[in-house]
Design a protein around this ligand. Structure first.
Ligand code: SF4
Ligand code: SF4
Length: 356
């Protein structure tokens, strides 16, 4: 066991040292919180102490200058206390009520977009996209920008029956919260990868490549000192491409976007839910993705018109039934939405597809 005085640089420092004193003093003794506006809320402790939170959007991939600016504002009004939520909203934690108004004025002057609290759309969690990841079937930041340009009113002012969480993953690895968001976009590859045997031979570890395939579609090709793919077993997941780039799955003409809906992480009222696939493919149309944006906006509007107060998207759909969701939205139910996996008992309640 490590000695108590032993110092290491392994792991992050303990979070408690970064908390505002009002949180440390009232730790575990908070009575309630109240949403004051789409951009501000207050937490009230049993002792009567209060902590105000002001939320602004972030584009997730931030310039150092923007981070410095955020830190300067936090130093000025919050004694340096701020946090990033899991969806990359920036939250300023204010212990003194007199700073609540001035910080909001300054944030507005500096061009930050306030909102995202309560029954509306908050910042969109997304993956790396074309900026950083080699496996991306679509962009992430660009797609989120196009989508939120249409939906920004739901972040700043317009209210919905309950919170609506959006997410974007630029491949089915989904290194974002796509499987459990109210509406999420997941980019899909649609073809069997091609193999550059010369490069595979020199760049890739063959046992790793073979074992990377979840459907065992890859096997050795001794004659070429490479691998081969059994096409009818491939589900275009891109795992092999991740470990071995010469097995190329990207296709600018055929890569596209699927839409899944009805997931949530919260256990409030009903259990957490996995999202379900409702639109299996929309073509990738950068830089503004008009078809994808229109489809998401349409689902948001139908939800806003039809759900009862406090119902999340998944709760609303489960009340009316998935058949009525497809009827109300006019989305065509397609065969890709059905789970036809032979051993579907293993995937019951854990797959994004429907049992038939
Ligand atoms: Fe890369 Fe896939 Fe994550 Fe996108 S979702 S950043 S392509 S691993
Ligand atoms: Fe296997 Fe996925 Fe590669 Fe297809 S794309 S060969 S299923 S790892």
């Amino acid at each position: 066991m490590a000695l108590p005085e032993r110092k290491t640089d392994i792991g992050p420092p303990h979070y408690k040292q970064f908390m505002p004193p009002v949180i440390v003093n009232n730790y575990g003794k908070w009575k309630y919180h109240e949403v004051l506006s789409p951009s501000a809320m207050v937490h009230v402790a049993e002792s009567g102490d209060k902590l105000w939170t002001v939320r602004v959007a972030s584009p997730r991939i931030l310039a150092t200058d923007s981070i410095r600016e955020i830190c300067d504002i936090s130093d000025k009004y919050c004694d340096g206390h701020l946090r990033f939520t899991t969806r990359n909203n920036v939250e300023f934690l204010i212990s003194d009520e007199k700073n609540l108004e001035p910080i909001q004025v300054e944030l507005k002057e500096k061009g930050f977009l306030s909102g995202g609290i309560g029954a509306g759309i908050s910042n969109v969690v997304h993956t790396q996209g074309w900026v950083h990841c080699h496996g991306a079937a679509t962009d992430a930041s660009g797609l989120v920008k196009a989508m939120m340009d249409e939906l920004v009113d739901y972040f700043t002012t317009k209210r919905l029956p309950n919170k609506l969480r959006l997410a974007v993953a630029c491949c089915v690895n989904m290194c974002g919260a796509v499987h459990c968001s109210d509406i999420a976009l997941v980019a899909v590859h649609t073809k069997v990868p091609t193999i550059d045997h010369e490069k595979v031979k020199n760049m890739c570890e063959l046992p790793t490549v073979i074992s990377s395939c979840p459907t065992r579609a890859i096997s050795p090709d001794p004659a070429k000192k490479s691998v081969k793919i059994k096409e009818d077993k491939c589900m275009y997941c891109g795992n092999c491409f991740t470990v071995c780039p010469p097995i190329n799955i990207k296709d600018p003409d055929r890569d596209g976007i699927a839409i899944v809906v009805g997931g949530k992480v919260s256990s409030l009222r009903t259990n957490p839910k996995f999202s379900k696939l409702v639109i299996p493919y929309i073509s990738n149309e950068p830089p503004r993705w008009p078809k994808v944006v229109a489809a998401v906006k349409h689902i948001v509007e139908i939800y806003a018109e039809n759900a009862r107060k406090h119902e999340r998207v998944g709760e609303w759909i489960e009340r009316i039934g998935w058949e009525d969701f497809f009827k109300l939205t006019g989305i065509e139910f397609s065969h890709q939405c059905i789970d036809d996996f032979t051993f579907m008992r293993d995937t019951l309640r854990t797959s994004p597809t429907f049992k038939w």
